[in-house]
Design a binder for this molecule. Sequence first.
Ligand code: D5M
Ligand code: FE
Ligand code: ZN
Length: 474
Amino acid sequence: MKEEVSSAITYALSKGFQIHPDAFKILEKIDVKELQSIIKQVVREKAKQNMFLINQSDLKMFVESEIDDSIENNHMIMFDPTKKVTSAEGIEGFLALFRDRYSKLLKIMMQRSQSKKLTPISNVTNGKLDEETYIAGLLMDRRIDRDVTKLVIDDPSGSIELLIFNKEIQDTANSLQIDQFVMVSIASGKNGGFFVKEILVPDIPDHIANRSKTETYAVFISDLHVGSKFFMEKEFTEFVSWLSSPDPIARKVRFVLVGGDIIDGIGIFPNQDKELLLLDVDQQMAKATELLDKIPKHIKVFIIPGNHDPGRRALPQPAIPEKHNMHLWNRDNFFMLGNPSMVDLNGVKILMFHGQSLDDVVGSTPGLSYAQPAKAMRVLLKTRHLSPIYGKRTPIAPELEDMMVITEVPDILHSGHIHVVDLDMYKGTLIVNSGAWQSQTPFQASVGISPTPGIAIIVNLATMKVFTKDFTEN
Ligand code: D5M
Ligand code: FE
Ligand code: ZN
């Protein structure tokens, strides 16, 4: 018997465990370099359940050849901004960014029948209009003047001010995001000017989501905030051990998606150091790496950054730089991606976006709140843009291409940032906000945010059935 195997057995025996004869065979097959940490993990798990016999099923998942490979785990990275982001382009860049936003969204809008009646704004300023005239552009301004709502819309040919008198259309106008793309049917007013007859937004079409051929599970998490005094290490460790437990669902997990805010970072908000346990980014990253490293190798892990992670803050964000977590970058089953990114898992298209812009969307849209982030995520799908509002709290880089446009309709839209678990289904797209692993911070308490931490979201990619698993219980 190999020395590592006998020392693993000795360890288990010393903790009062028995080892089933079948388990010995499996022990022999485990990579000796990992044997010690695996046996410790199994002992800890079983002791918690008051079971002191280690059998075959407790060890199987640590042996590659014992993993059920009939469960498909195909992945394709469909979009990752990491290699595409450039340095700031200055004022030229902002014009280019908006122009690209306009042309990408116009292309999406062209699939609507009304787009045949589109006219450039510069052609409608002289007052003579056809029965049905549509213009399309970005909503630059909205003002409410007693009973009249005024909109300013720009396209590359010019700018136009429009009036709305109808209450219903005013409500639609009030739910629009500033800087979003709209298409509007207009008519000339009796006393000059133009008024709005109808507002159309890009939106996603009703569709049937793609499915995995095999019953494969994907787990969605975000907002670990490792390094914060409020990071829930115990619950997070429980979650990671669950992934290698004999639980029948855990056995079918092949993907874990991490939606940003891996660490708490340094200097992200005033006086943050009072809330930190680890005072340096590399220490925080090392701790996060140590925890994530226990995810078994047959599970593919996709990680995007959030506003607390190292690297550029402005959207789109490149992947967390390699120098901070070389070990994860080098692991074959870990994929460090930018924010936002799109991955195809067994045919199911998943758009991952940390969710910075949700603060602006919640803050500027009547009827939305932090308690229901999925409703705010619906707005992103309707605008076909992950960060429509420019110049508020969400920093957006002046790239030549607007990489935040939702060009392809996702089967799942995954965000975090709000720290509240919320699920929704919108026109065939599953919306997931994956909560957090950080308990309520004093700041969140002061602004009335009640997080729901310690919960993982699990999706069966064959059926799109979704359920939650709470690791704060017991
Ligand atoms: O964001 C955690 C939560 O706190 C999320 O709901 C947004 C909210 N948040 C973050 N910064 C602010 C400010 N400045 N005002 C109001 N609400 C805020 P996280 O990215 O984890 O810090
Ligand atoms: Fe967060
Ligand atoms: Zn965040």
